[in-house]
Every structure is written in structure tokens, then in C-alpha cells.
Design a protein around this ligand. Structure first.
Ligand SMILES: Cc1cc2nc3c(=O)[nH]c(=O)nc-3n(C[C@H](O)[C@H](O)[C@H](O)COP(=O)(O)O)c2cc1C
Length: 307
């Protein structure tokens, strides 16, 4: 068993958090990560209704502890969902993509730890000043919204710059990746894309098949899906998704007239499938618990070579 600050603090068997993934990570996925010895997190996107939060938290909690993730820029517009989640007693709450200072105390008072995904050293200064408990270095190869520095360069500079516990996110999908970041000094990993071909995900039916078929070269870092769906992500964060007919048509366009009308999320060649470069290693639809257990045991075997 791999023991780190994260496993000791949260009582985990494996140093893995299931990434909060808006639109894809509900209670079932979170519960399966937790059952496999990690800790699962709900993607509580801005459009999550109170009913969704209550139902999915209950499912997640049926397995033990759970967490939830928020976009700070979205909380700055409406933070109702944060209180709804805190009422469900999460063990950990991630406050990413913005300055979490306004919300950290509220989360602590509810008894949860605060984690923040960061994309550069300026972000590190912001989240440290805000008093977060865990820093997650999220590299540009990650699925979903992210920054511009890749996981390994970012992780190395963040580990050198902070005394807080650091996790790595972005491109970790096999025991090799987990072993690499643990050996570097991370206390664990936040894993997203590697779980996305699992039957426990929610979202469009076609997404799992697209992910299994995708290679590591098939993603695009773009804002066209946000534009099309009128989601007000700050410009600094693009989203990494599988390239498809829609992104090929609009990414890099000079004018976006007509982009909203052109988008159809129910069409498998147009709808967004957010996913990272590690998609290339996802070659079958596997249950979440199998993925999490294999990640941990393969990493352990690799790390034992140096014991
Ligand atoms: C489909 C999808 C949705 C995501 N939604 C969110 C989100 O709502 N909030 C958040 O903080 N991060 C979100 N992320 C980013 C993940 O939390 C995490 O950083 C990322 O999945 C890690 O990289 P990986 O995909 O290579 O494992 C999302 C990622 C994906 C793939």
C-alpha cells in the first residue's frame, strides 16, 4: 500500500482523488472511486440543481467520504451550490479557476478541507494567501479547462515553491504516471480522463466510445465549445476536448457568428467530449474501481524497484 500525507489525512488506501468533472462525474462515479480506496468527487457545475446535488451526494456518501469541485469564477456569480454541497458534509471541496479567498473559511467551518487546482506560480501565491489546505498542480495536458504549462514542469516548480501538500493532475492514467508524480514528491493524483470510459460516468452515450477510440494526439485546447454553449469561462482558461467536426469548423475562426446555432450536443460528431491527452491510454470501457485499483497497484510495483 502506498502511504502519503493524502492517504493518512483522509484515511485512504490509494493516493487518488477522482476528479470533479462537470457533466460527467456524478454520485456513482464518486462512490466507485471511494469504494476502490480513493476519494471520489462530484463535478458540481454551475447548472447543478439543488435536487441533483442532494441526490448525487447521497449516492456518493453511500460509499463513505466524498468531495465536490467548484469553479470559483462561477461561485463569484452565484454561490448557492456551495452551501448546498456543504450541507451534505463533504470531506474535501476543490475551489479552482479563480481566487478562492472568499470561500475558504466557509468550507473550513463546514469541516472540509479545501483543495485548489492551479496552473502557474502566480496562482500558487493566490491560493496560498487564501489559506487552502491542498494545492493541485494541474497541467495543460489535462482534460477539461486548464492552463498552459504541462504537468511535469508545473509540478516540479510548485513542489519547490510550497510547503503545502501538493497533488498532480493532468495526464495521469496508468501506474507509470502515478509512480512518476509520487516519486517527484506529490502526495497523490487527481485523475479525470482515465475514468471517463467507465460505465459509471454520466453524460452523452457517445462519449465513452469516442474516448476509447481517441489517441493522445486527438485533443484540442479551445474555447469554441464554451462560446457555442454560451458558458462564460474567463478567457485565460481554454478547455481540452477531443477534436471533432465542430472544433475543426470553428477553432481558430475569425468570426463566431452563428456558432451557437451550429452546435448540437446530441450529435456525436459535434457535441463536446472534454478529455485530456492521456485518452490515448484509455482503450476499453472499464469499471472505475478496476481503473483506480490498477493505477495504485501498478504504481506500487514500479516504486518498489527503488525501495
Ligand atoms: C469532462 C471533464 C470535466 C471537468 N470538469 C471540471 C469541473 O467541473 N471542475 C474542475 O475543477 N475541474 C474539472 N475538470 C478538470 C479535472 O478536475 C482534472 O483537472 C483533470 O481531469 C485532470 O486531468 P486528466 O483529465 O488528464 O486526468 C474536468 C475534466 C474533464 C475531463
Amino acid at each position: 500500500m502506498i502511504e502519503t500525507w493524502l492517504t493518512r489525512e483522509l484515511g485512504l488506501e490509494v493516493p487518488i482523488l477522482g476528479a470533479p468533472m462537470g457533466g460527467r462525474a456524478g454520485g456513482r462515479l464518486a462512490a466507485e472511486v471511494t469504494k476502490a480506496g480513493g476519494l471520489g468527487m462530484l463535478g458540481a457545475a454551475g447548472y447543478a440543481t439543488p435536487e441533483w446535488i442532494e441526490t448525487e451526494s447521497a449516492v456518493a456518501k453511500s460509499a463513505g467520504d466524498f468531495g465536490a469541485g467548484f469553479m470559483v469564477w462561477s461561485l463569484d456569480q452565484d454561490d448557492t451550490a456551495l452551501d448546498l454541497v456543504l450541507a451534505q458534509s463533504p470531506r474535501i471541496v476543490s475551489l479552482s479557476f479563480g481566487d478562492p479567498a472568499l470561500y475558504v473559511r466557509r468550507v473550513h467551518e463546514a469541516g472540509a478541507l479545501v483543495a485548489s487546482q492551479i496552473n502557474d506560480l502566480d496562482d500558487l501565491a493566490v491560493v496560498e494567501a487564501a489559506g487552502v489546505d491542498i494545492v493541485i498542480a494541474q497541467g495543460a495536458e489535462a482534460g477539461g479547462h486548464t492552463g498552459h504549462v504541462a504537468t511535469l514542469p508545473l509540478l516540479q516548480e510548485v513542489l519547490d515553491a510550497t510547503t503545502r501538500p501538493v497533488l498532480a493532475a493532468g495526464g495521469i492514467g496508468t501506474g507509470r504516471g502515478l509512480a512518476a508524480v509520487l516519486a517527484a514528491g506529490a502526495q497523490g493524483a487527481l485523475v479525470g480522463t482515465a475514468l471517463l470510459a467507465s460505465p459509471e460516468t454520466v453524460g452523452p452515450e457517445y462519449a465513452r466510445g469516442k474516448l476509447v477510440a481517441a489517441r493522445s494526439t486527438d485533443t484540442v485546447y479551445t474555447s469554441v465549445f464554451d462560446r457555442a454553449r454560451n458558458i462564460a469561462w474567463p478567457q485565460r482558461w481554454g478547455g481540452r476536448a477531443l477534436a471533432n467536426d465542430f472544433s475543426r469548423r470553428w477553432h481558430g475562426a475569425q468570426s463566431f457568428d452563428g456558432i451557437e446555432a451550429d452546435y448540437d450536443g446530441s450529435d456525436s460528431d459535434l457535441g463536446v467530449v472534454y478529455a485530456g491527452q492521456i485518452a490515448g491510454t484509455v482503450t476499453a470501457e472499464r469499471p472505475v474501481a478496476d481503473v483506480v485499483r490498477a493505477l495504485a497497484s501498478d504504481a506500487e510495483a514500479l516504486l518498489r524497484r527503488f525501495a
